[in-house]
Design a protein around this ligand. Structure first.
Ligand SMILES: NC(=O)c1ccc[n+]([C@@H]2O[C@H](COP(=O)([O-])OP(=O)(O)OC[C@H]3O[C@@H](n4cnc5c(N)ncnc54)[C@H](OP(=O)(O)O)[C@@H]3O)[C@@H](O)[C@H]2O)c1
Length: 334
């Protein structure tokens, strides 16, 4: 693997692998995350999206709660006008925030308006709970009205998501932060199946059972926090958390190829079968992350070594979404 960190290379989007959804649509196998972990302004992230698109990224993972869809929309509009990229060449995802489960159409239309596009490629229910928190709150903060998962409520939201497809406002709908039992019930009751499930996935949290379930049921897994989100907010850190990019197995493989350990986490993700959506606003990191998609594969022994370091260590626990008397584990263990 070549170390291209300081060349800010451009990758031809045609070389970047893709995955095929059950509809036949092709989604680029690596994307760019846009949640700035409270560290970067909306303008800084939008400028990074522009850099990423100019470098060859064609898949951008957005969400209304990230607070930057307007600024990213300005970038899309300008790049379309300048002919840098066409709308059809981009894969644009957005997500329904927890406070909007009862107003899906309105929320999707707002994202479309902010992103300055007529149709999304993928719209996800960000969390399966309507439990809300204000941006940037402490880990102790709780929504007084927070409730456990209720399948009838989720299906009401899902039916409104299905209507978005009927109306042509999004090509696909999907889920995020789900468990196998919740997905089983959704698959049994839905009219339009989820095309993708976005879930935390990195070498220390590989979620093999959920990943296998998702792929066996015709969905594509999109892996968030793919390098272990080293700069996530303090509210999302606990003393037990591990650091995948410091793991000796990852560090040794990275040393062999002369790349940052983060890049090895992404190569593992691509080869394992999920779509990683790494975040950075730094051109050298953006370049290294997209470039890894076109580098030769890791060896079978390296893949096996990474498989063996899974620590079942979830970073995004969702403490702020819990209801009275519940611990965060209740969000995940049905
Ligand atoms: N569906 C959901 O509920 C959900 C939850 C969380 C995240 N997400 C999505 O997933 C995306 C990614 O997750 P994330 O941002 O938390 O975690 P991440 O991508 O694992 O980690 C991002 C951090 O890693 C560093 N990094 C990235 N590439 C690097 C490289 N090549 N070398 C060294 N360091 C590198 C960046 O550092 P610098 O800051 O120095 O650039 C950045 O702060 C988000 O942006 C968001 O779009 C979705």
């Amino acid at each position: 693997m070549s170390n291209l960190e300081d060349k800010y290379c451009t990758v031809s989007p045609a070389q970047v692998p893709y995955r095929t959804l059950y509809t036949g649509a092709r989604i680029p196998a690596i994307g760019m995350g846009t949640f700035g972990s409270d560290n970067y302004s909306a303008d800084t992230i939008a400028a990074a999206v522009e850099q990423a698109i100019r470098m060859g990224y064609r898949h951008i993972d957005c969400a209304s709660v990230y607070g930057n869809e307007k600024e990213i929309g300005d970038v899309f509009a300008r790049l379309f006008r300048e002919g840098v990229v066409t709308r059809d060449e981009l894969w644009i995802t957005s997500k329904l925030w927890n406070d909007s489960h009862g107003r899906v159409g309105e929320s999707c239309r707002q994202s479309l308006c902010d992103l300055q596009i007529e149709r999304l490629d993928l719209y996800l229910v960000h969390w399966p709970f309507p439990n809300h928190h204000a941006p940037g709150v402490s880990v102790e903060s709780r929504d007084a009205n927070a409730q456990p998962y209720r399948h009838e409520n989720y299906m009401n939201t899902w039916q409104a998501m299905e209507q978005l497809v009927d109306e042509g406002l999004t090509r696909h709908i999907g889920t995020s932060n789900m468990s196998i039992p919740k997905l089983e019930r959704l698959l049994a009751d839905c009219r339009i199946r989820p095309a993708c499930n976005e879930m935390e996935m990195h070498p220390h949290f590989q979620q093999p059972e959920l990943f296998n379930f998702v792929t066996a049921h015709g969905m594509v897994a999109i892996g968030y926090c793919p390098v272990g989100s080293p700069n996530r907010p303090d509210r999302d850190k606990t003393p037990e958390d591990t650091v995948p990019i410091d793991d000796p197995v990852i560090v040794n493989i990275a040393r062999k190829y002369g790349v940052h350990p983060a890049v090895i986490c992404l190569k593992w993700a691509l080869q394992n079968g999920q779509i990683p959506i790494p975040f950075s606003v730094k051109p050298e990191k953006l370049a290294a992350n997209i470039h890894i998609a076109i580098e030769p594969p890791l060896t079978d022994a390296e893949m096996a070594a990474i498989k063996s370091i899974d620590k079942n260590c979830r970073f995004i626990k969702g403490q702020v979404f819990t209801w009275k008397g519940a611990t965060w584990e209740a969000l995940w263990n049905d």
